[in-house]
Design a binder for this molecule. Structure first.
Ligand SMILES: *Cc1c(COP(=O)(O)O)cnc(C)c1O
Length: 432
């Protein structure tokens, strides 16, 4: 048994039962603080010299720590930090890489709240975004790189079009410019795609979605590949002396780079952003994520197979104008290159007719739940133009075929024939 295969790591990595009363299931350390034993031990704990000891759950918690170690192992990363939501993962990652101001290149067809943050919020803090409509338009992306560009940011699979980013080409462009490639890998989950194998430097998740898989807790995960050279002169925030990393008594001084080397990025996320801005993941929510992760492969295998079957059903339905699902595009070279196990469990389609037909379809499904989430064990339906992508301006939506006739589905674990019948009946009712 290879100890480092994905299916073994997802249930074992990061957890040593012998250190937890041999508990089979990772214990939930539902506590805000941890005893410091005595003043000598306390000094060592707060100086970070006893990595197995914790002091306060905003700085670290044993349950959350297992999740962090597990996702880092699954990704082939050097370390990971868990946070309270996917949006925190995005915000902390961008702030860490572009602190002090700068530019980030990103596509326009990203998650609605991410786009809103990039267009309307981060610029107020001196971080500006150069947005491209086509994530694989390499010439335009190259032309947008300036002296103060700090990163290229993409979603591996776009929401809801499922367009695939060519990570290897994007990584080459980023690395030639001495900047990292940052990947939101929420849609595929690490089971279907591990961005570090394709040159990404940082990736992150809304683990609220497919990693957890049960729609019961918000969470986010940031993972560091550990290969990027933060000492290349473009990122002074990692090179400056930090009071908290030094020692006043001995006069020792440290920067994130001098103290953590190639793990500077992820340690800075933990001790600056999580510690100072909060957005901590609670131990019970971390436990839910760990529990979901244990069955990720089986869930995704079934969900991908059902999604392909549903895509084929929709493709041949007379009321469907067009289907958006890379998973059934036999001639798309990016599918073979990045997604041998399938593209995922989310698809979208454009319904003929008008919004009254959309309303009737949504109001007539029985098994699908009408709610704004993805990656649940339950199948979900939503009209993104009116809900999840409300924050995206019309001009951008129309470039990505995202009009008010678009429906997004996230396929769960129900019987696939029941799901197809549910859609078939609801579509028929929508046009009668
Ligand atoms: C849901 C989602 C987010 C935001 O995650 P939250 O956990 O809801 O904060 C970010 N990116 C993508 C692709 C998402 O689907």
């Amino acid at each position: 048994m290879a100890k480092d295969s994905f299916d073994t790591l997802r249930v074992h990595a990061g957890y040593k039962p012998e250190e937890h009363q041999f508990a089979s299931s990772v214990p939930i350390y539902q506590t805000a603080a941890f005893g410091l034993s005595n003043t000598d031990v306390a000094n060592q704990i707060v100086a970070g010299k006893l990595p197995d000891r914790f002091d306060y759950s905003r700085d670290g918690n044993p349950t959350v720590h297992v999740l962090e170690q597990r996702i880092a192992a699954l990704e082939g990363g050097i370390d990971a930090v868990a946070v309270g939501s996917g949006m925190s993962a995005i915000s902390f990652t961008i702030l860490n890489v572009a602190e002090g101001g700068g530019r980030v290149i990103a596509p326009t067809n990203i998650y609605g709240s991410s786009l809103d943050e990039f267009r309307n919020f981060f610029p107020k803090y001196g971080i500006n975004f150069d947005l491209v409509d086509d994530v694989n338009d390499f010439a335009t992306i190259k032309s947008l790189i300036q002296e103060d560009t700090k990163a290229i940011y993409v979603e591996s699979v776009a929401n809801p079009s499922t367009e695939i980013s060519d990570l290897e080409e994007l990584a080459k462009i980023a690395h030639a410019a001495k900047i990292p490639l940052i990947v939101d890998n929420t849609f595929p989950t690490p089971y279907l795609l591990r961005p570090f194998e394709h040159g990404a430097d940082i990736d992150f998740y809304s683990s609220t979605k497919g990693i957890n898989g049960h729609g019961n807790a918000l969470s986010g995960l940031i993972v560091d590949h550990g290969n990027f050279d933060w000492a290349n002169g473009k990122f002074p925030q990692f090179e400056e002396d930090e009071f908290i990393l030094g020692d006043e008594e001995s006069g020792e001084k440290n920067s994130y780079l001098s103290k953590f080397g190639n793990a500077a990025f992820i340690n800075r996320i933990r001790s600056k952003f999580v510690r100072l801005l909060g957005s901590v993941l609670g131990p019970t929510d971390a436990y839910f994520v760990l529990l979901g992760l244990e069955t990720i492969s089986e869930r995704l295998n079934k969900q991908v197979a059902s999604t392909v079957a549903i895509a084929k059903f929709l493709e041949s339905n007379e009321h469907v104008e067009s289907l958006f699902y890379s998973g059934t595009e036999a001639s798309n070279p990016l599918v073979a290159k990045y997604f041998p196990k399938g593209v995922g469990s989310i698809l979208s389609f454009e319904l003929k007719g008008d919004e009254t037909n959309i309303a009737k379809l949504i109001d007539n499904v029985q098994i699908f739940s009408y709610l704004p989430n993805i990656g649940d064990a339950k199948s979900l339906i939503v009209n993104p133009g009116r809900t999840t992508h409300r924050e995206v301006p019309q001009a951008i939506r129309s470039k990505h075929q995202l009009n008010n006739q678009t429906i997004r589905l996230s396929i769960g674990l129900e019987d696939v024939d029941d799901l197809i019948n549910d859609l078939d009946t609801a579509i028929t009712k929508a046009f009668s």
